[in-house]
Design a protein around this ligand. Sequence first.
Ligand SMILES: [Mg+2]
Length: 228
Amino acid sequence: MTSDKVAILFDIDGTLIVTDGAGSTSWSMAFKEIYNIDAQIDRYSDIGMTDPEVARRTFEAVIGRAPTKAEFSRLLERRMHYLTESVQDSKGYHVLPGVEDLLPKLIAQGYLLGLVTGNLEAAAHIKLHRASLNRFFSFGGYGSDSPSRTELTILAMRRANVIYGGSITHDEFIAIGDTPNDIIAAHEAGIECIAVASHKYDVDTLKAAGADFVLASLLDELPFKLKM
Ligand SMILES: [Mg+2]
C-alpha cells in the first residue's frame, strides 16, 4: 500500500487493450503505399517506443536517410489512414482482463483518469474507439507531444491540473503500464508506477525493472486508495 492517489495515468497497448499487430500492420501498409517497400516495423523498434521514434527509425533503416518534414507528415497521415481499418479488421483485438469493469468503477469512485502513451493522439483514440474506451479519459500525454515518454508523462500531469483546476501533486499521481519503458518514464517524471504483467513482460521482469508494484492483471486489486 502506498500514499493515497487522485489521478491515474494508463498506458494503452498491452495495458488496456491488445490490437494484435494492427499498429505495425498499418505502418507496413503506409511504407508499402508510399515507397513500395516491405518495412517490418518490429525489426527497428522496441515495444513501448513512441510513434515518432518508430516512424523515424524505420524510415532511416529502410530508406537509408532521415525523412524530410513533408515525407514524415505524409507517412504519419498514411499510417493513421490504414490504422483505422487495421484496428477494425484485427482478429486478435481484445480488451485486457479486468479493464472493462475497472475503468467505470474508478470513475465512480472519483479518480481522474488519463492516458500516457507513445501513440500519436489520433492513433490512441482510433485504437480505443473499437472498445468504446475513449470516454473514460479526459486528458493525456501522447507520442505526438514528445518522442520522449518521460516528457509526455509530465505533459499529461500538467494537463490533469489544467482540466481539473487544481494542484495535483506528484505523489497523488500513479502510472499503470506494461513495459520497463513505462516504469522508467514514470520514475523520471517523479511518480510511482504499477506494472501489469498481462502482455509481453512477466512479473519477475517487471519487478527487476523497478516497478513500485506489479500486478498479474487488472483483475487484481489496485494497491492504493482514493485521496479524499
Ligand atoms: Mg504498453
